[in-house]
Design a protein around this ligand. Structure first.
Ligand code: ADP
Length: 377
C-alpha cells in the first residue's frame, strides 16, 4: 500500500530549514501528490534561496524515498508560488546608505554537473520560432566539431527532441540509480518525452517543472561532456526564469524569427537572462530567408535582417542566420536532422558556423557578462 500524505508529512518533520522551522511547519510545502507509490511535491522559495535550501530539498527527497510503500520521490524547489501559499521571507534588506553603489553582477554559485564542462540554454521569447530544431542542429554541429555533447530537453510542455533525433524507448537505470540517456548521431539525449507520454507532459504544472529539470540535470548518467545544450520551454515567464536561475548556465542563445513581434519577444528573452546574470552568447535568426526548394530563389519573406539589427541594438553578438527551407522541416519531422544527415549541405554549414562561434565564446570565456548595475540607495 502507498504511503499517505500524513505519513509523508510526519516523516518530513525530520527536515529542518536554516531558520530552525521544520519543513511541514515552514508553510513552504506545496500539495503532496502521491500517485502509484510516487510522491511529488515542491518547497516554495524566494529565488535568492536556491543554494541555502538545496540541502533541505535533497534530504526531503531521500527521507520520503525510504518510506515503506513509496516507490519514488520527486521533490523540487519552486519560486512559482501556488495561490494562497505564504510568501517566503525575503532576505534581509541592506541598510540604507547615501550615494550610488556599483553592484557587481553575481556570478553563478550553483553547483555544476560533475563531468560537464559547459551548460548552455537555447531559449526563445515565444513558441514556434524553431528553438527545438535549432537546439538539435546546434548540438549536432558541436558534436561535428569533435566535442562530447548532450542535449537536455527541458521543454517539458512540449518535448520535441525524441522526435527530432528519431529516438523512442525508455532510458535504462544504471547501477547507481541514474537514468542512462539515449544516444543518436553521437549526441546523448534526455527528455521528459522518454518518461511520460506526450499528453501527460502537457499538463505539468510550475513546481513540477523545476523538479523534473533538476532530476534530468543531476540524476542522469551524462558522463563527460564538453557541452550540454538545454532546450528551454518557450517564453519568458516565471517557470523559465526559475529554470534559468537554477541551472548552472555558462551562457544562453536566443532564437528569433525576423518578424517584429518575435523580435520583441527575443528582447524579452535577452532581458530574462540578463536579469539572472547569465551571459547571452548571442541571437540566431531562424527562418531568415525563404529558399525555394525548386528553383533555389531566395526571398526575404519576413523582412530578413531584423535579428542582426536587434542583436546590435541590445549589445549581444549575432550568431548567424538559418534559412526557412523545406529540407530543414522535413528532416526534423523524420528524425533525421539536417546536420547529421546532410553534413556537407548549405544548411549544415550555417549551423556549423554558429556552433563554432558558440564553442569559441565558451572556451575563450569571453561571453558578454551583464554590465554592472548602478543602484541608487
Ligand atoms: P519551437 O521549439 O520554437 O516551438 P520547433 O523547432 O518545434 O519550434 O519548430 C517549429 C516548426 O518549424 C517545426 O515544424 C520545424 O520543423 C519548423 N522549422 C524550424 N526551423 C525551420 C527552418 N529553418 N526551416 C523550415 N522549417 C523550420
Amino acid at each position: 500500500m502507498s504511503a499517505t500524505r500524513d505519513e509523508i508529512l510526519r516523516a518530513l518533520e525530520a527536515v529542518t530549514l536554516p531558520d530552525g522551522k521544520t519543513l511541514p511547519a515552514s508553510g513552504r510545502l506545496t500539495d503532496i501528490v502521491v500517485k502509484d507509490g510516487k510522491a511529488i511535491f515542491a518547497i516554495v522559495i524566494d529565488p535568492s534561496e536556491v543554494n541555502a535550501l538545496e540541502g533541505a530539498r535533497a534530504s526531503a527527497e531521500a527521507i520520503v524515498k525510504r518510506l515503506p510503500g513509496v516507490t519514488g520521490a520527486l521533490v523540487g524547489l519552486t519560486a512559482d508560488r501556488p495561490q494562497g501559499a505564504p510568501k517566503p521571507a525575503a532576505p534581509a534588506p541592506t541598510p540604507l546608505r547615501s550615494g550610488p553603489k556599483i553592484e557587481a553582477p553575481a556570478t553563478s554559485k550553483l553547483a555544476g554537473v560533475p563531468g560537464v564542462k559547459h551548460i548552455i540554454a537555447v531559449a526563445s521569447g515565444k513558441g514556434g520560432v524553431g528553438k527545438s530544431t535549432t537546439s538539435c542542429n546546434l548540438a549536432l554541429g558541436l558534436a561535428a566539431l569533435g566535442l562530447k555533447v548532450g542535449i537536455l530537453d527541458a521543454d517539458i510542455y512540449g518535448p520535441s527532441q525524441p522526435k527530432l533525433f528519431g529516438l523512442r524507448g525508455k532510458p535504462t537505470v544504471t547501477a547507481d540509480r541514474k537514468l542512462q540517456p539515449l544516444e543518436r548521431y553521437g549526441v546523448k539525449v534526455m527528455s521528459i518525452g522518454f518518461l511520460v507520454d506526450e499528453e501527460t507532459a502537457m499538463i505539468w504544472r510550475g513546481p513540477m517543472v523545476m523538479s523534473a529539470l533538476t532530476q534530468m540535470l543531476r540524476e542522469v548518467a551524462w558522463g563527460d561532456l564538453d557541452v550540454m545544450v538545454v532546450d528551454m520551454p518557450p517564453g519568458t515567464g516565471d517557470a523559465q526564469l526559475t529554470m534559468a536561475q537554477q541551472t548552472p548556465l555558462a551562457g544562453a542563445v536566443v532564437v528569433s524569427t525576423p518578424q517584429d513581434l518575435a523580435l520583441l519577444d527575443a528582447r524579452r528573452g535577452v532581458a530574462m537572462f540578463r536579469k539572472v546574470n547569465v551571459p547571452v552568447l548571442g541571437i540566431i535568426e531562424n527562418m531568415a530567408n525563404f529558399c525555394c526548394p525548386n528553383c533555389g530563389h531566395v526571398s526575404p519573406i519576413f523582412g530578413h535582417g531584423g535579428a542582426r539589427a536587434e542583436a546590435e541594438k541590445t549589445g549581444v553578438p549575432f550568431l548567424g542566420e538559418i534559412p526557412l527551407h523545406m529540407d530543414i522541416r522535413a528532416t526534423s519531422d523524420e528524425g533525421r536532422p539536417v546536420v547529421a544527415t546532410a553534413p556537407e549541405g548549405p544548411h549544415s554549414r550555417a549551423y556549423l558556423a554558429i556552433a563554432r562561434k558558440v564553442w569559441e565564446t565558451l572556451e575563450s570565456g569571453s561571453a558578454a557578462k551583464p554590465a554592472p548595475k548602478i543602484v541608487i540607495e
